[in-house]
Write a protein that binds this ligand. Structure first.
Ligand code: NDP
Length: 246
């Protein structure tokens, strides 16, 4: 039986690449989309035209009840989740001076609470079965901070605190928990930045002189999910073209 890989936010730039990579490796790939997303059917059919048969379920990752219901449905209809990739995330950038509680809460709930919400319903099953992989998609800006991102930097840094603590708790149960911290990746979100800003401000910060590719992050997720990565846990792996090292 193929292992079940659940990728949250699979219809976004990075999530799609992760879904494709995991499917190519033979996982049964399941993804989630926001309950208000009207593009889900179109995305699924376009993926199917490219040869990828994904399952997708509505889930507000910021809401525990929604996450629990989604995982219950996946478990009943497909099987228990073996690999969880906490990828869904949002930004609401503004300086701290301008930031209100709504924009703070939205980012913390979607990027950080979501990690609890999605992991809680799958973790006990993984430890009972003696095998599981949890991969949390954080950001270089959680490692180094970023102007206008107190909310996002806090949430993304918090993800790795969660990773380290849970990694300790499940280390002897065949379950690994790791964080990936991408730098600038050429997703639609980043490609929407004006070329002039990309070329004058962003690319010069990256020693490799280019944006990362979603497929490069997907390859790292695939490795962390593999049997070969069984001894790798509690790590925060930077994938940023040399932009930030520590
Ligand atoms: P996108 O905006 O393209 O995708 C984000 C995904 O998250 C969407 O599929 C969206 O689903 C989903 N999502 C957002 N809110 C919710 C919610 N409440 N419930 C369920 N799903 C939700 O972003 P990227 O692909 O670029 O980023 C993916 C992850 O990688 C994020 O966590 C981001 O912070 C991180 N990252 C990205 C970098 C980059 O350069 N692109 C760099 C560093 C980190 P829907 O469309 O259905 O709302």
């Amino acid at each position: 039986m193929a292992r079940v890989a659940l990728v949250t936010g699979g219809m976004g730039g990075l999530g799609e690449a992760i879904c494709i990579k995991m499917a190519a490796l033979g996982y049964q790939v399941v993804t989630t989309y926001s309950p208000g997303n009207t593009r889900a059917a179109e995305w699924l059919s376009s993926m199917e035209q490219h040869g990828f048969k994904f399952r997708a379920y509505p889930c507000d990752v910021a809401e525990f009840a929604s996450a629990q219901e989604c995982i219950d449905t996946i478990t009943n209809e497909i099987g228990p989740v073996d690999v969880l990739v906490n990828n869904a995330g949002i930004t609401r950038d503004m300086t701290f001076k301008k930031m209100d509680k709504t924009n703070w809460d939205a980012v913390i709930r979607t990027n950080l609470d979501s990690v609890f919400n999605m992991t809680k319903p799958v973790c006990d099953g993984m430890t009972e079965r003696g095998w599981g992989r949890i991969v949390n998609i954080s950001s270089v800006n959680g490692q180094k901070g970023a102007f206008g991102q107190t909310n996002y930097s806090a949430a993304k840094a918090g993800m790795h605190g969660f990773t380290k603590a849970l990694a300790l708790e499940v280390a002897r149960k065949g379950v690994t928990v790791n964080t990936i911290s991408p730098g600038y990746i050429g997703t639609k979100m980043v490609m929407a930045i004006p070329t002039e800003v990309l070329e004058s401000k962003i690319i010069p910060q990256i020693p490799m002189g280019r944006l990362g590719k979603p497929e490069e992050v997907a390859g790292l997720v695939a490795y962390l999910a593999s049997d070969e990565a069984a001894f790798l846990t509690g790590a925060n792996i930077a994938i940023n073209g040399g932009q930030h090292m520590y």
